[in-house]
Write a protein that binds this ligand. Structure first.
Ligand SMILES: [Cu+2]
Length: 641
């Protein structure tokens, strides 16, 4: 397997091609839209060593009337104006673009199997306040029909492929992406994702009043890492001898022989994480954008499989203000980089897989022809394990840097011929006057006043029957230890198909204390609510057998909790210690939150639609491999229970 040399590509062609702006479908007055998933050939900014353009086979979305693109068209919607999308699967009947590991729980149709060329897909509107049947849940997939309008294979949770989004939420940067069980990472990698930008009156007023840039000065940027074969095709490591990009390792180094003894030496396997060596923004490798010497709103999305980005600007004369997170505007703008001409160690922002931020970039201190690079100083080819307030990566990790292809995202080139937008946003300026806080805690008991129920849930790491690393979610209540990933104990990892254990009452507000017992950071995503973070705490526990499950130190079959920074394991097994400051991008409305190793993160959410949903890690390689659990919002009449 010969890979495209990303360092050479970067040296020769970085910042050469313009940032693609996906076609916008204006649905702000309500629309019935058809979006078809299709296979296309697209230029992603790749060249052979002689400088000839290489075209890549990808999957994209299109209306069927115009062109199909990766990423798909941007849907522009408006608060409380419903939009209906008819999702259609028009992929060729030639099977998946990428090797599929069929040993995982995956969207397997018995009537329309992968082996006959059928591909299950389902689109989830990420961050949307969706009805359960329109959510795009992992079991709601559907395949192509067998020709014409013939029957198609559907998942056990399938209801309809026509989804209505009520948009009963505030303006926010949402995105749609594939969510089919066990192959989400592959369907998204092939290209099945796009922006869904929701507007409302208060956001538009901020633009009208000159506080925030809008219109042509408001752009979405989907950041995704990829790797390619030398002929420019998508490369995703799966076979034993396949190289892991950016490393000296192969798949066989991270997948135990027991897997190959069971399925054969030629069987494709999932890998614990995927890190690409080429950075695409809106489907273009290291693009550039010509900008005015003024202000822009950039909506950044991390649509990568496993990569966490630690973002910085190369020129400290550029000011960057954070104005929104996953679920919309912050109460007050927070300056990330002050533009004072001095690069400071705390001027960075972490973007985990699934995360979005709304940023205002101020280029007004730059001159015509100046260029600025958006840099990544996160881990180069390693899992993220957290970062200190002054930008020091935790763990023994090599950071990406500007000389490394994954240390650069894209470039901005100032062109004073472009008319600038001058926004008045600055640190602390009020963006939302009556911001609803869910995190009041008047008596400082670390339980939000609004929460009527507190759940302890856990992030665990284990092994599957072939010895492969398997990250899992589960219960972390004090009490009896779960040992079989299926039973109804109080503490331990639970498989995807174990009975539902989280059943919030319809209309209730709950606090979920999420404990990370693994060695890596995981971005945890809840479908349905936008939530707020009450706080983060350091936790201590013993894991002497390093199985990713805290030790029951006195072996009584029960896990107990203590509080305080000095753990005494003779008294309790898990200790909740000091509170940790939130970074600016962890405040406001969230649907995906980073939970670092040895941390407990408490989130507050209101569950106001009934039915089945999921919560999962948004590292796509993890959610495909058991790090996902169902949850159900129940009524007190016992419906949906
Ligand atoms: Cu994870």
């Amino acid at each position: 397997m010969s890979l495209l040399d990303s360092e050479e590509l970067f040296e020769s062609h970085a910042f050469e091609n313009a940032l693609p702006i996906p076609e916008v479908i204006d649905a702000t007055k309500g629309r019935d839209i058809t979006l078809q998933a299709r296979q296309i050939s697209q230029f992603l900014g790749l060249y052979d060593p002689d400088g000839n353009l290489l075209y890549t086979t990808v999957w994209g979305y299109g209306t069927g009337m115009g062109k199909t693109s990766y990423p798909g068209p941007t849907i522009l919607a408006y608060e409380d104006v419903p939009v209906t999308v008819h999702w259609q699967n028009k992929l060729p009947l030639t099977g998946h673009l990428l090797p599929v590991d069929t040993s995982l729980h995956f969207a397997n149709s018995l009537t329309h199997p992968l082996s006959s060329g059928y591909v299950p897909i389902v689109s989830h509107l990420h961050g949307g306040h969706n009805d359960s049947i329109f959510d795009g849940l992992p079991d709601q997939w559907f395949t192509q029909s067998g020709g014409g309008n013939g029957p198609r294979g559907v998942g056990p949770g399938f209801v309809t492929s026509t989804m209505t989004y009520y948009n009963d939420q505030q303006a926010a940067t949402l995105w749609y992406h594939d969510h089919a069980l066990g192959i989400t990472r592959l369907n998204v990698y092939a290209g099945l994702a796009g922006f869904y930008v929701l507007q409302d009156e208060s956001h538009l007023d901020l633009v009208k009043n000159g506080v925030l840039p809008g219109g042509n000065y408001d752009l979405g940027m989907a950041i995704q890492d990829r790797a390619f074969t030398s002929d420019g095709q998508l490369y995703y490591p799966a076979y034993k001898d396949d190289p892991l990009p950016g490393t000296d390792m192969t798949v066989g180094d991270v997948v135990p022989q027991k897997f190959y003894d069971t399925f054969g030496e030629d069987a494709p396997s999932a890998v614990p994480e995927f890190f690409g060596d080429t950075i695409l923004v809106n489907g273009m490798a290291w693009p550039k954008l010509n900008v005015a010497a003024g202000d822009y709103e950039f909506r950044l999305l991390n649509g990568s499989d496993s990569r966490f980005y630690v973002l910085k600007v190369s020129d400290p004369d550029v000011a960057v203000h954070l104005v929104g997170t996953d679920g919309g505007l912050l109460p007050n703008a927070i300056t990330i980089s002050d533009g004072d001409g001095v690069q400071e160690s705390n001027e960075f922002l972490v973007l985990a897989p699934g995360d979005r931020v709304e940023l205002v970039f101020d280029f007004s201190r730059l001159d015509d022809g100046d260029t600025v690079t958006l840099l990544n100083v996160g881990p180069a080819f390693d899992p993220f394990k957290g970062i200190s307030a002054d930008g020091f990566l935790f763990g023994d990790i090599e950071a990406a840097n500007a000389n490394n292809p994954v240390g650069d995202i894209m470039q901005f080139a100032v062109d004073t011929a472009i008319k600038p937008f001058d926004a008045t946003v600055q640190d602390g300026i009020v963006l939302v006057k009556d911001f609803v806080s869910l995190t009041e805690d008047a008596n400082h008991d670390d339980v939000a006043d609004l929460a009527t129920n507190v759940r302890k849930v856990g992030l665990f790491e284990g092994e599957d029957e072939y010895g492969r690393v398997t990250p899992m979610l589960g219960k972390a209540e004090a009490g009896t230890v779960i040992t079989d990933k299926m039973s109804s104990g109080d503490f331990g990892p639970l498989a995807w198909d174990a009975p539902t254990t989280e059943k919030p009452l319809l209309g209730s507000t709950e606090q979920w204390d999420m404990f990370n017992f693994t060695a890596d950071s995981h971005p945890i995503h809840l479908h349905l609510p936008q939530f707020q973070v009450l706080g983060k705490w350091h936790i201590d526990f013993l894991d002497q057998d390093e199985n990713g499950i805290p030790d029951d130190t006195n072996s009584d079959g029960e896990i107990t909790y203590g509080t305080g920074p000095s753990p005494n394991y003779a008294v309790a097994d898990i200790w909740i210690g000091d509170k940790i400051d939130l970074r600016p991008e962890e405040t406001g409305w969230q649907d995906t939150i980073e939970v670092d190793p040895h941390q407990m993160v408490a989130v507050i959410a209101t569950f106001d639609k009934p039915g089945d949903y999921v919560w999962h890690c948004h590292i796509l390689s993890h959610e495909d491999n058991e790090m996902m659990r169902p949850y159900t919002v129940v009524t007190d009449f016992g419906l949906f229970a």
